[in-house]
Design a protein around this ligand. Structure first.
Ligand SMILES: C[S@@+](CC[C@H](N)C(=O)[O-])C[C@H]1O[C@@H](n2cnc3c(N)ncnc32)[C@H](O)[C@@H]1O
Length: 258
């Protein structure tokens, strides 16, 4: 069953157990991760191997097959792996032209608008939308925003709303002083902005995503870049099906282009 053996002894009181490490064939993990999340590591397979080996060793999991087996019955372990392997890089006012375009569309509307950011990562994008809408003169009672992400740590940080200087680098001094307090060199979002955005851990390929309902406007930027072509098309169809109005486009990132 194993291609090579690296024997390890673990001591459990008086009992000595000999375990055999096998961190050789990463393909089953790559396939599993792709099936679960849509993310492909095909072009970074050796990076995936290094990362997952380290993930396993830290948890005393001695082979990739053992990891797959453990994940089946352990939802928390699966979530830890997802949190560990997803890339959550984001910042305030990223690709801001699309955010300005959204504010203009929202201003034209005469009903309450709901907006989805899928994915939101650590919250900078949905909070940017909230700030831009207020700055454009839209009243807080006229919109709501939801951020979802598959990464539970990212959603935890999004709910906290505490950021480093590099995350707010695109914001003007005026915007920063209006919407943040500065504590120990960290930028803490004020409660009035935090209260405009709700967050949830959701995978866009799960049925729970469909249960969120439909939205007036959807942002889905810089996630499809991690998917292969087939998965991008599948994700695009799912995201577009969540629009209340079929004539509204989903805002994708420039790097997401098909
Ligand atoms: C680089 S961030 C993009 C954040 C933000 N939209 C932006 O453009 O700055 C990509 C995010 O996609 C999330 N992601 C990847 N696959 C996902 C999936 N199947 N469902 C939900 N989120 C996913 C990752 O966890 C990560 O936080």
């Amino acid at each position: 069953m194993f291609n090579f053996f690296n024997k390890k002894e673990t001591k459990n009181k008086d009992v000595k157990i000999e375990v055999q490490e096998d961190y050789n064939d990463i393909k089953p993990i790559s396939k599993y991760f792709h099936n679960e999340t849509g993310i492909t590591f095909d072009k970074q397979i050796s990076i995936l191997k290094i990362k997952v080996t380290s993930f396993c060793k830290r948890r005393k999991i001695y082979s990739f097959l053992q990891l797959l087996d453990n994940i089946k019955d352990n939802y928390l372990l699966k979530q830890e792996l997802i949190d560990y392997l997803t890339t959550n890089e984001t910042f305030f006012y990223r690709e801001v032209k699309q955010i300005i375009e959204l504010t203009q569309l929202v201003k034209k509307s005469n009903t309450k608008i709901n907006i989805l950011c899928a994915p939101s990562a650590t919250g900078e994008e949905p909070y940017s939308i909230a700030i831009a809408l207020l700055e454009a003169g839209v009243s807080a009672v006229d919109f709501s925003i939801m951020g979802i992400d598959i990464n539970s740590q990212a959603i935890y940080k999004a709910k906290e709303g505490i950021y480093k200087e590099r995350n707010i680098r695109n914001l003007s001094v005026e915007i920063v002083s209006k919407y943040f307090t500065i504590e120990n060199n960290l930028y803490v979002l004020k409660q009035n902005i935090k209260s405009l955005v709700s967050f949830k851990v959701v995978n866009i390929f799960d049925s729970s995503f469909l249960e969120l309902g439909k939205f007036d406007f959807i942002f889905s930027r810089n996630m499809l870049i991690y998917f292969d072509k087939e998965t991008k098309i599948k994700a695009k169809i799912i995201l577009e099906s969540r629009r209340k109005n079929d004539t509204h486009k989903v805002f994708f990132g420039h790097a997401d282009l098909f």
